[in-house]
Design a protein around this ligand. Sequence first.
Ligand code: ADP
Ligand code: MG
Length: 354
Amino acid sequence: MHEFDLIQRFFNVSNYSDSSVMVGIGDDCALLQAQPNKSIVVSTDSMVENVHFSSITPTDAIAHKLVASNISDISASGGIPKWATLSLTLPCINEAWLTQFSQTLHSQLNKYGVSLIGGDTTSGEQIHLSMTLMGECSNSDFMGRGGAEVGDMICLCDHIGEATLGLIVEKNLLNDPNFIKNSSNFTLLTSLLNRFYYPEIQLATSHILKDYANATIDISDGLLQDLGHVIKNSKKAKNPLGVELCFNFKNLKKKVEILRKNNKLSCYKELLTDNDKVALTSGEEYTLCSIMSPHKLKALQKQHQEYLATLGIKLYTIGEVTNTNKWVVNGKTICLDDEIGYKHFTNSKYHSKT
Ligand code: ADP
Ligand code: MG
């Protein structure tokens, strides 16, 4: 099998259900019919072998996360995802891997109403996957990273922290294949791993938030780091903005304790003694964090709380934007240094993905 057979067999879409795709896979370019009065939002996310996934990460989890991370960006901006391209670099043609990968990829894209409209396929030493996702958005619906104001409330659409716990379970599993099997906490460890492998994206929620929020981000590199971008980009205020956070995720505390008892890797010992740090730095959560005025938050809750509950979403108010130029977390002033969240090309202590 060569490049073109591979594309034809695993990625070709013979019939596009979305009439906006006038020309799809198979030509030099795709031709898309944009709606009048709509703008296009575009996002790209890549996954690299031994950086974003390991030799034991299930193939369907890799495909799931590639789609999820892109959908998450579009949802954080308030857009409706529509069209995707896929860039694939593979060391060889492994048909079993490609079958699983492409099946999950297609089913995930279908779930969100996205058409695969093109891509590129090359050989290379390591698996490298990159997706560009395009969506439609009215200019007035676009939620950027700027826009936070003094007195705004900071809200999360879910608890955070479990994705990092799932990553730590995977690292332990790499070290000892019986790590889960031999544990009396089999169910919890499995659920943490699944939370890390198969994040659910809050797309429907984002379409409610867009009418209320001054800014929204998805938590992909850790709350502190992602919220840091919003605060830095919100330049309307005269004085530099600050943040005061106050939260207590009781369920996370129990889970951290159990993982601490099971964990065999010295590099995670310190992190697992600090619940707040787990929550604040956990990446790949894909939970939405919205910043809005107290007045808008009240209105949102009044109008949509019941509907959000049907989606399994509860809004957690975890803090406030201040004019102090300080970050205060549960009463302690912290310094936003290099330890927070994940950054490529740094030796992040806790969140090294390799
Ligand atoms: P070109 O030579 O113009 O780059 P290619 O021969 O690389 O085109 O690709 C042929 C067609 O297949 C193009 O329409 C391209 O968009 C599509 N394609 C290539 N790789 C993929 C992939 N991994 N997934 C989806 N479509 C792909
Ligand atoms: Mg090509």
